[in-house]
Ligand binder design. Structure first.
Ligand code: HEC
Length: 186
């Protein structure tokens, strides 16, 4: 009788090992996918708050701040990305982000930013920036506001003002041109 129970127990154990392996693998994958989703979710908010001002709403890059939606970065060495984000790039405007280096992000949050660069969805990130109200109200542009230009052009000779460097002209108050007294020292 005891032998019989021993045999049943042994068969049970022997069978349960492959069964465990079969059921455990997808469970592990699911857990990893859930963790990735949670990390990306937090990373998008951190991006909106800390990075979008330089790297753009959707990681498209602005001026000297390079694009982060760059497919090449998805193949980048995570260790290099971690170092860049944690310590910044000396001699550029890329700040150090890790708390240890004077920044505001924990090690875990720096890793979340690396995850965003490697696996993030940049259109979803753009939506996050906009939804958090962190998108610039007026998109960055080197062109002057047409309404201001029209105002500058309105006075006689105004068209002269508008020529040349329109940005400076548009910023310079039109009233000064219309009323020279406004330029006189008080
Ligand atoms: C004040 C502007 C500014 C902010 C804010 C900023 N960056 Fe940068 N970042 C830069 C600049 C400029 C560079 C390019 C440095 C260089 O010339 O190598 C850069 C480079 C990088 C690079 C390397 C890209 C590459 O192609 O090698 C990564 C990754 C990066 N930034 C991530 C981030 C993350 C993540 C944040 C937010 C936590 C952030 N940056 C915030 C300006 C900024």
């Amino acid at each position: 009788m005891e032998i019989f129970f021993g045999l049943v127990a042994t068969i049970f154990i022997v069978l349960s090992i492959p069964l465990y392996a079969i059921f455990e693998a997808p469970r592990l994958q699911e857990a990893q996918a859930a963790q990735l989703g949670a990390d990306l979710n937090e990373a998008m908010s951190l991006y909106a708050e800390n990075c979008s001002v330089c790297h753009g709403l959707a990681g498209e890059g602005i001026g000297a701040a390079p694009a982060l939606d760059n497919p090449a970065l998805r193949e980048a060495d995570p260790a290099v990305l971690t170092k860049t984000i944690a310590r910044g790039v000396y001699g550029t405007s890329m700040p150090a982000w890790n708390l240890e280096d004077g920044g505001s992000l924990s090690d875990y949050q720096v890793n979340q930013m690396v995850t965003l660069v490697l696996h993030g969805d940049w259109l979803e990130t753009r939506d996050r920036v906009v939804n958090l109200g962190l998108a610039p109200k007026v998109p960055f542009t080197s062109q002057p506001d047409p309404a201001i230009l029209a105002q500058v052009q309105a006075p006689p000779d105004g068209e002269v003002l508008q020529r040349g460097k329109p940005v400076c002209r548009a910023v310079w108050p039109a009233t000064a041109r219309m009323n020279p007294a406004a330029l006189a020292p008080a």
